[in-house]
Design a protein around this ligand. Structure first.
Ligand SMILES: O[C@H]1[C@H](O)[C@@H](O)[C@H](O)[C@@H](O)[C@H]1O
Length: 474
């Protein structure tokens, strides 16, 4: 990328700002999508987000001034942020409970595939002559953007959103298609009734206030809706969404991805190619680690993965920190500790890639009830981007001050994540989104629970469950 450096000799501050505009744009994108997606469909929201992303990418690829790059990254960031909130939300709403974890973990698969492709494309084009060395990697991102743009046109709508909008007939036919069953199938009837119970509970509890966002609302009502996330009945889940992403980011994964070359440089590796290869390996390890999670998350459950992952991550960081303390000025004479440190980085990455990486995208989409799901997921995604931004800002400074201390901070964060996963996270594997809702019933929600039971009775859910039960046994 000699051309890039010669054309735009940017300062460290400008470099930081270039990273930050994307993350802050993404933060905005996630929150904006949280407001609009209930009002329109999930598919059209994704279509618009994709369009914004493609415009941003075109600005970056065709940049003739530094300003174009900044603008392109800010616009592209808004699209990325919106998509990173809309995709897991949509997938959670269309998936059957038995495979929901696997389907949601595909989000992580796509992210790390992008990380790996982006890294290696940049690596191989970096010696190209002229602007091709940076225009090719920047332009390449438009390809998946365009594929998704057209894909959005054929996405089936979310049956849960249709129910919330009162379009029961449409919801039934979409659900039947998604499950490859007929509309008269009793299982379709059952799933649809559960969704209707949820929607009617929302309407009776909030008197149309919540669902008004579907039809149009003013700023005051919008703010009240966001505020509801912090009321007694939803506070626990809101914190799960926010903290899930706090811990994902403070595990230190992006410190390794962004500053990998500096980090491995500090443990004795020299030469551009070596440091780049080691840090490129981090993406590859993350990529392969997601496969076991995709295959087994619904069998193993979310909690054991989070607990096991966080303990391994905490141990790896602690060991690196100790090695850095002991050998920081004698790496070259001590090849074994040097390789141990590299091994720890990879062990950390594998543990992260099995646990907090994918589950960060799974859990927040599962814990919120229909009325709060879009705002809840938006808030958790915004927490991801905000903490991502903070890590980018703090790591180089902390690292310059004390490399061992930096790893110790990440170790402490991972250990706290272990305690959190053990005591505060519910197991959501293999239960329907509506059942997850009832796991969170606090004393404040007791009246709501009674109301829900009444609605289940009124809509005939209990009769249907009884008749399905007796036909199974007879
Ligand atoms: O789950 C993803 C993934 O692990 C990425 O590699 C990381 O850059 C993101 O910040 C994170 O949210």
């Amino acid at each position: 990328m000699k051309d890039f450096v010669a054309r735009w000799p940017i300062t460290a501050l400008q470099k930081g700002a270039m990273t930050a505009v994307l993350e802050l744009g993404a933060l905005m994108g996630a929150l904006i999508a949280g407001v609009f997606t209930d009002r329109y469909s999930r598919g059209s929201s994704m279509f618009v987000a994709c369009l914004v992303f493609c415009i941003g990418s075109a600005f970056q690829c065709g940049a003739t001034r530094l300003g174009h790059l900044f603008l392109g990254r800010a616009i592209g960031g808004v699209g990325v942020g919106a998509l990173s909130m809309l995709s897991p939300l949509y997938m959670a709403e269309i998936s059957p409970p038995e495979v929901r974890g696997s389907l949601l973990a595909l989000e992580q698969f796509s992210i790390v595939l992008g990380v790996v492709l982006g890294f290696w494309l940049g690596f191989f084009t970096r010696e190209f002559e002229g602007t091709a060395s940076w225009r090719i990697p920047l332009g390449f991102q438009i390809i998946p953007g365009i594929i998704l743009l057209f894909g959005c046109l054929i996405l089936p709508p979310s049956p849960r959103l249709l129910v919330l909008q009162g379009r029961i007939g449409n919801a039934r036919s979409v659900l039947a298609k998604l499950r490859s069953r007929t509309q008269s199938d009793p299982l379709i009837h059952l799933e649809l009734l559960e969704m209707r119970v949820e929607a009617v509970t929302i309407q009776r509890t909030f008197g149309g206030e919540m669902t008004s966002s579907v039809k149009g609302s003013n700023i005051y009502r919008e703010l009240r809706t966001w505020g509801t996330l912090f009321e007694d009945r939803y506070r626990d889940r809101t914190w799960i969404g926010i903290l899930m992403m706090v811990f994902q980011q403070w595990s230190g994964i992006n410190a390794l991805l962004y500053y990998g070359p500096t980090l491995v440089g500090s443990i004795g590796f020299t030469g551009d190619t070596t440091t780049l290869l080691v840090s490129g390996g981090i993406g590859i390890v993350q990529f392969f680690a997601v496969f076991p999670t995709i295959s087994f998350i619904d069998q193993w459950g979310r909690k054991p993965l989070l607990k096991g992952g966080s303990i391994i991550m905490a141990c790896s960081h602690s060991l690196i920190s100790a090695l850095v303390l002991m050998f920081h000025d004698s790496w070259s004479q001590n090849p074994i500790p040097t390789w141990m440190a590299v091994g720890c980085i990879y062990v950390f990455t594998a543990a992260y890639g099995l646990s907090f990486g994918p589950i960060g995208w799974v859990l927040p989409s599962e814990v919120f009830p229909l009325s709060m799901r879009s705002r809840g997921v938006a808030l958790s995604t915004a927490s991801n981007w905000l903490n991502n931004f903070l890590i980018g800002l703090i790591t180089p400074v902390a690292f310059e001050y004390s490399p061992a201390g930096t790893f110790l901070i990440f170790a402490a964060a991972c250990f706290t994540a272990y305690l959190w996963a053990s005591w505060r996270v519910p197991e959501t594997a293999n239960v329907s989104l509506e059942e997850v809702d009832s796991m969170f019933k606090s004393s404040a929600g007791r009246d709501e629970l009674a109301l829900r039971r009444q609605i289940e009775e009124d809509l005939g859910l209990n009769d249907l469950v009884r008749s399905l039960g007796s036909s199974t046994w007879s």
